[in-house]
Design a protein around this ligand. Structure first.
Ligand code: AMP
Ligand code: GLY
Length: 423
């Protein structure tokens, strides 16, 4: 079977490594992939947002199955365009990807179907947004409606910050047109949990839960990043909470999407907050999370391609999806300075290690050497019987991935270990 994976980050590398385990797979193409992914797939220089290019390549190569991993091509309708040419896909169609593509859509969906989430108001008029903020409870959360590379969320601790945030989004357009409409919502508190789930629009199969570490520096300090590390499972997410989430969030969301004529097939990502009033949805993503995928897929026992095909064929009900009863930790190696300015072009070497390396911002230079070429360069994942051991193993493995300006957080998983200790 010929497989095509759209995307070029650590998440895509983890998906590719897992798909490769299927003996029927003869070739995997990554569009565009990256210099590190090139060790496991044929990289093709077609950008993830180039829908025409993606479809043309898939038709020319007679691709048997396509996985569209990032949000942009999904929201742009890559799956619709591929399916039109008869190519089977894993991923939601455009009319379902809107669950991530528009925060106004997802908030209104949750309100209509009584799915627990933060209370909110929507504004397309700057003056009205500013007027509302005069009496809104503080802190408050301001979100750009559209995709903003995961950066369109500002938590305002003071009223002044709230005014500045809406002005920056609606007037200065710091997130482009995606900030023309904003959602202003209630500030929630509690541990955060990421739950990725396979769904074919009929059944929902949650994967092991995970915890992201979004800030750049130890102790959750510094700027927000794309994610500096993850652990799975998330100890705050107990079996009782999982049951509540299935009944109040996961199934109602699938049913709501069906009722709206927007059947969701693929991986639905639930960003949850376990508030004192129960689990609530912070955000939906229409795809696998990055770097959550790098800890969740290494624990998947069932063949990934088989599950993805079952989702595409709407036969997930007949498929048993199993995870190992172990823990995983992924430590992200970034270029020092990220998410601000950083330097690239330093050679990356990987020594013998007990772990998996998933490459993101890495490329092959003119001399044929693998060098850093992005903010987040590689994710190193280890699995073990306990979370404590997985963390220890991941940090030992990270020492064997070297480049001149490598930086990583030293405390990935510590918050989870503290939660376990506190019971
Ligand atoms: P997002 O880009 O939607 O994942 O949001 C980024 C981060 O902002 C989340 O991971 C949360 O930590 C935080 N956040 C988003 N919405 C809220 C909210 N209503 N209350 C508190 N924190 C929030
Ligand atoms: N790790 C969060 C995301 O993938 O959006």
């Amino acid at each position: 079977m010929k497989i095509m994976v759209v995307g070029g980050g650590g998440r895509e590398h983890a998906i590719i490594k897992k798909i490769k385990e299927n003996p029927n797979v003869t070739e995997i193409f990554a569009l565009p992939g990256n210099g590190g992914i090139a060790q496991d797939a044929t990289c093709v220089p077609v950008g993830a947002k180039d829908i025409e290019g993606i479809v043309a390549f898939a038709v020319k190569e007679k691709i048997d199955f396509a996985v569209v991993a990032p949000d942009d091509p999904l929201v742009l309708g890559a799956v619709d365009a591929l399916e039109e040419k008869g190519i089977k896909c894993f991923g939601p169609r455009k009319n379902a990807a809107i669950i991530e593509g528009s925060k106004v859509f997802s908030k209104n969906l949750m309100k209509k179907y009584e799915i627990p989430t933060a209370q909110y108001e929507v504004f397309s008029d700057l003056e009205e947004a500013l007027k509302y903020l005069v009496t809104a409870p503080i802190p408050t959360v301001i979100k750009a409606d559209g995709l903003a590379l995961g950066k369109g969320v500002i938590i305002a601790e003071t009223r002044e910050q709230a005014f500045d945030a809406v002005k920056s989004m609606m007037e200065d357009k710091v997130f482009g047109e995606s900030g023309s409409t904003v959602v202003i919502e209630e500030f929630l508190t509690g541990p955060e949990v990421s739950v990725l789930a396979f769904t074919d629009g009929d059944v929902v199969v949650p994967m092991v839960s995970s915890m992201d570490h979004k800030r750049a520096l130890d102790g959750d300090k510094g700027l927000n990043t794309g994610g500096m590390g993850t652990i799975a499972p998330n100890p705050c997410y107990t079996e009782e909470i999982a049951e509540v989430c299935m009944g109040t969030i996961f199934l109602p969301t699938i049913h709501a999407m069906n009722a709206e004529g927007r059947k969701f097939k693929g991986c639905l990502y639930f960003g949850l907050m376990l508030t004192p009033k129960g689990p609530k949805v912070i955000e939906y993503n229409c795809r696998f999370g990055d770097p959550e995928t790098q800890v969740v897929l290494p624990l998947l026992k069932t063949d990934l391609l088989t599950v993805m095909q079952a989702v595409a064929d709407e036969k997930l009900r007949e498929t048993t999806v199993e995870f190992e009863d172990k823990s995983a930790c992924c430590v992200i190696l970034a270029s020092s300075g990220y998410p601000g300015k950083y330097e690239g072009g330093y050679e990356i070497t990987v020594g013998e290690m007990d772990g998996e390396v998933y490459f993101a911002g890495a490329k092959i230079n003119e001399e044929g050497k693998l060098v850093n070429a992005g903010g987040r360069v590689a994710g190193v994942t280890a699995t073990a019987e306990t979370l404590e051991k997985a963390i220890e193993k991941a940090y030992k493995a990270v020492e064997n991935v070297k480049f001149a300006n490598a930086y990583c957080r030293k405390d990935i998983g510590q918050k989870a270990l503290a939660a376990i200790r506190e019971g």
